[in-house]
Design a protein around this ligand. Sequence first.
Ligand SMILES: NC(=O)c1ccc[n+]([C@@H]2O[C@H](COP(=O)([O-])OP(=O)(O)OC[C@H]3O[C@@H](n4cnc5c(N)ncnc54)[C@H](OP(=O)(O)O)[C@@H]3O)[C@@H](O)[C@H]2O)c1
Length: 261
Amino acid sequence: MTAPTPPWNTSRPVVVLTGASSGIGLATATELAALGYALVLAARREDQLGALARRLDPSGHRVIAVPTDVTSPDSRRALIAAAHAHFGRIDVLINNAGVTVERGWWWDDPDPLRVLRVNLDAPIELIRLVLPEMRGRGSGHIVNIGSVAGQAATNGLYSASKFGIRGFSLGLRRELLGSGVNVSLVSPGFVKSEMTARARLPMPGPDIVARAVASVLLRPRREVLVPRVYHLFAWLDRRLPALGDRLVRRLIVRRYDHSGQ
Ligand SMILES: NC(=O)c1ccc[n+]([C@@H]2O[C@H](COP(=O)([O-])OP(=O)(O)OC[C@H]3O[C@@H](n4cnc5c(N)ncnc54)[C@H](OP(=O)(O)O)[C@@H]3O)[C@@H](O)[C@H]2O)c1
C-alpha cells in the first residue's frame, strides 16, 4: 500500500515546538507525543532532533523534525511552511527555545543580545507568522515558556528577556480575548537541563515543566509557575526586595561559574 501524500489528514491537534532537542523541549515533546499530539519539532541540532522524532514516531507521519534557527527569518518561515506542508494547519505554537549567557558575566559576552534575539524576538516573530491563520480560524493556542526570572530578577540580560516575554504574553492574551486564540505562559524555576548544568542547586527534572505544558493545553492559563514552591520566591521578591537581593545573590548568582570573577 502506498503512503498517502501530505498534508496528513490528522484530527489530532498539531503542535509546533521550538527548542525540542534537549531539556524542557525534549521532555515536552516526549510527553505530548505520548498524549497523541501531532508534532513539528524545531531546534538547530539536526541529529538530536531527527533521532527524537524517529524515537517518538518511527512512521514519520505524526512527528516530524524541522531543523530551525529561530533567530533567522528565513528559517522561521521555513519551519511554519514545513508544518503546513505536512499537516495543513497549526493548532498550537510552543515557544520554548531559549539561551542564557554562556559563561561569566553578560557584559563580557561578545554577543549578549543573542539572549534577547532567541528568548524574546524569535517568539514574537513566530507568533506573527501563525496569528493570521489562528485568528482567521477562530482557534489556536500560543504557549510561551518564560521563567521565574521574569518575576524575580536574576541575571540582567536573561531577566530582561523573560520579563519581556512575560509582559508580551500577558498583554497578547488580553488583546486576543474573545478571538478563540488562547495565550498561556509557563514560567519554570530551576530544573535540570543543559542550561542549568553548572548551577549547584537542588532541581527537579524537566518532566515537571512538560506536564505543566500538557496541562495548559487542556486548560489555558494566564501564567503557571512550576515547581509551585517558586510562588513563594516570587512573592518574597515582590514584598521584601532586600531579602530577594540577598537570596538571589547567595543562592543563584554566586552558584553559577562566573569565570574571571
Ligand atoms: N532549565 C531551567 O531551569 C529553566 C528555568 C526557567 C526557564 N527555562 C526556559 O526553558 C526553555 C528551555 O530551556 P532548557 O532549560 O530546556 O535548556 P536547554 O536544554 O539548553 O534547551 C534549550 C533549547 O533551545 C534550543 N535553541 C537555542 N537556541 C536556538 C536557536 N537559535 N534556534 C532554535 N533553537 C534554539 C536548543 O536547541 P539547539 O541548540 O539544538 O538549537 C535547545 O533545544 C528556555 O526558554 C529557558 O529559558 C529553563
